[in-house]
Design a binder for this molecule. Structure first.
Ligand code: C2E
Ligand code: CA
Ligand code: CA
Length: 637
């Protein structure tokens, strides 16, 4: 008898040690604030208390006949065991619902706890009615009919939990699914063993073990939290939002993008990017609890507004945006931060995590005037994400195409050359223009693939000999400045062009005037180096940037292309005429050739004739057209 009891106690102690350790560890890790955490802790408490209860009953079992105190302890042990253990399966069901992202209304909570309430009442009333268990005349513990009811109730909650997991399969990530399935299996095995042989006390042990698995795979959030800032990360955001969407939960998202993070470094001298999160952390937590705040990028924070308070989400977003009008405490100094605040309703305005990340990662509009961006404004940001996909598709499906727009000598209006302009005829979005997709390609680092494609097409066209035959002198190829500054760029370009039997002087590269001031020296080197191989260079879009003249003209361009806005401005008023006239004179004095873009009318041609520019380009002659149309145009023209 004693040795059997020692064996029971060993089983219970093992279960106790496991569940108690998990409990302590969870509390030490402070994983206590979400409902999911609380429910998990509840399960641990139940199993831990259960092990204590049954141990107590087992300890006193040999002395029941002699000691009334032992009988009382045995009673208390079994009573507390049933009181708590009845709650374990319903709690587990609640836990699976939390993990799956299901929200609870009061009605739902009440309905799903009905069976539990009935069984719990049976246990509570057991001292009076003995429906669940009683001691027979020999003080032997005997189970009564209601205990079967408790088992059936447990089975129902178990099946409900399983069903919830299956229904929300997509809302739960693989690791968590595995942990929950592991829980099911281990507990079933434990109960099964104990059912077959009542002397093997495997049930509590299995429950403790299964809870440990859950702790490691579901509760441990190391991969979901940014260790330095303590905020949830992208992965957590994706998982949570995905769960809400799968479960048809309506909620709102506020995304805050700080646009001048570099100021922190300037002011504090520290390069630690986490300072921003530190500065904002306390304020953000006055708006939503910590577990609804995610940091997707060093400068981007996303909040989910889940529990509808009295204030609507847009008002909250506006309040956040206004907070950025005031200074932030940054240790020794106060700093002003600029932020773009975006607000969307899920699922009505945004219904997938991909769009969410387009929103969070997209380039924030430069000047929003402190306005909160909502619904319509965000369509454009989301479109950027779609464009990104179109670019990837374009590269895969080969749907980029080079168009050509002719350029003319002003003198005699003879053909001079052409500018190669890229188009993307996307299978999903239709025809896309470079003004829209080049900035996106630059942002995601795909512009070099596009520029290489254009250059190869142009080289092949030149190699065909057609341009020469048609009296052309050169073809202009646009380069992205970002690319030009990459190491090894010059070699890369030469390698491409040397793959064709063409003269390098036929290629006239264009780069735009708007370059960050610090990059001039480097750019100047690149231009010099490419020119030494024989290529020509043009400065594009003259008059659109605010660059320093001295710096621009320190670069050795052959041609300066005056932007169409300057030409069109000259048609509007006297001031515009003065600007165009002076630009032309200044560039000519510097010994550069001048091309004017955007020529659409005869009047413009006449005006430019008086100013003595060199070349013209514009719809007056032709829009950019596909290569074959362009050849036809040349031949017929
Ligand atoms: P850009 O280099 O300034 O090219 C001239 C733009 O003005 C072209 O727009 C052209 O279609 C348009 N245009 C020309 N003449 C007229 C006119 O008379 N009236 C009007 N309203 N527009 C005229 P497009 O083709 O949409 O190109 C836009 C910009 O995209 C280009 O501006 C260039 O910066 C960039 N881009 C085009 N192709 C490439 C490329 O292969 N690589 C890179 N990096 N950028 C490119
Ligand atoms: Ca150009
Ligand atoms: Ca231009």
């Amino acid at each position: 008898m004693l040795s059997e009891n020692v064996f029971y106690l060993a089983c219970y102690s093992a279960a106790f040690l496991i569940s108690f350790t998990c409990l302590i560890y969870t509390l030490l890790q402070k994983r206590t604030d979400k409902l999911q955490n609380k429910v998990y802790i509840m399960m641990l408490v139940i199993v831990t208390l259960n092990t204590v209860s049954v141990s107590m009953s087992a300890l006193v079992k040999p002395y029941l006949a002699e000691s009334s105190a032992c009988r009382l302890l045995s009673h208390i042990g079994y009573y507390t065991y049933f009181l708590f253990h009845t709650a374990l399966c319903p709690t587990f069901f609640l836990y699976v619902e939390c993990v799956a992202g299901v929200r609870h209304t009061r009605m739902r909570c009440f309905l799903s706890s009905l069976i539990f309430i009935v069984t719990e009442i049976a246990v509570i009333l057991n001292p009076f009615f003995h429906w669940v268990y009683y001691y027979d005349t020999n003080y032997v513990f005997t189970r009564n009919w209601a205990e079967n009811g408790i088992y059936i109730a447990a089975a129902i909650y178990f099946i409900l939990a399983m069903a919830r997991l299956l229904f929300s399969w997509k809302a739960v990530n693989a690791k968590r699914r595995f942990a929950l399935l592991y829980f099911f299996v281990i507990v079933l095995v434990g109960v099964g063993i104990q059912f077959i042989n009542i002397k093997i006390k495997a049930e509590l042990f299995a429950e403790a073990l299964a809870l440990m698995g859950v702790m490691l795979a579901v509760e441990a959030e190391d991969d979901l939290v940014n260790v330095d800032t303590g905020f949830y990360n992208r992965k957590a955001l994706k998982m949570d939002v995905n769960g809400y969407i799968v479960n048809n939960i309506e909620f709102e998202i506020i995304c805050i993008k700080v646009t001048n993070v570099d100021i922190i470094q300037k002011v504090t001298g520290s390069v630690n990017v986490d300072i921003l999160a530190e500065i904002l952390s306390d304020y953000f937590q006055t708006i939503v609890p910590r577990y609804y705040i995610y940091q997707t990028n060093p400068e981007t924070f996303v909040m989910t507004l889940m529990d509808k308070g009295t204030e609507d989400g847009e008002t909250v977003a506006r309040r956040i945006s206004e907070r950025f009008d005031k200074a932030w405490d940054c240790g020794m100094v106060d700093i002003m931060l600029n932020a773009v605040v975006m607000y969307v309703k899920v699922p009505s305005e945004l219904n997938n995590t991909m769009d969410l990340f387009y929103m969070a990662d997209g380039v924030a509009p430069s000047d929003d005037g402190g306005k909160v961006l909502t619904g319509k404004d965000l369509e454009y940001i989301i479109r950027r994400g779609e464009i990104e996909n179109a670019i990837i598709r374009g590269i895969e499906q080969n749907s980029f195409e080079v168009y050509y727009q002719p350029t003319y000598h002003l003198d005699g209006l003879k053909i001079y050359g052409a500018e190669a302009l890229i188009r993307l005829n996307d299978s999903v979005m239709g025809m896309l223009y470079p003004d829209e997709f080049i900035p996106v390609a630059e942002h995601v680092g795909m512009v070099s693939a596009i520029d290489d494609f254009v250059l190869k097409q142009v080289c092949a066209f030149l190699e065909s000999g057609i341009p020469r035959k048609c009296g052309m002198n050169c073809i202009n190829v646009n380069l992205s400045v970002v690319e030009c500054l990459q190491p090894g760029f010059v070699k890369h370009i030469c390698k491409i062009v040397e793959g064709y039997k063409i003269e390098k002087s036929w290629i006239d590269f264009e780069i735009t005037e708007s370059v960050a001031a610090s990059d001039y020296a480097m750019l100047s080197e690149v231009v010099k180096s490419l020119k030494s191989y024989g290529f020509k260079f043009a400065m594009d879009d003259y008059g659109t940037g605010y660059s320093n003249m001295q710096s621009i003209f320190s670069i050795d361009f052959d041609v300066v292309k005056i932007d169409k806005s300057i030409l069109w401005g000259a048609g509007k008023n006297q001031l515009g005429k003065i600007i165009l006239g002076n630009s032309v004179r200044m560039i000519r004095q510097m010994g550069k050739k001048i091309l004017v873009e955007g020529v659409e009318t005869q009047e413009q041609v006449d005006m430019l004739r008086e100013l003595y520019v060199d070349y013209l380009q514009g719809y007056y002659f032709s829009k950019p057209i596909p290569k074959n149309d362009f050849i036809e145009y040349l031949v017929s023209g």
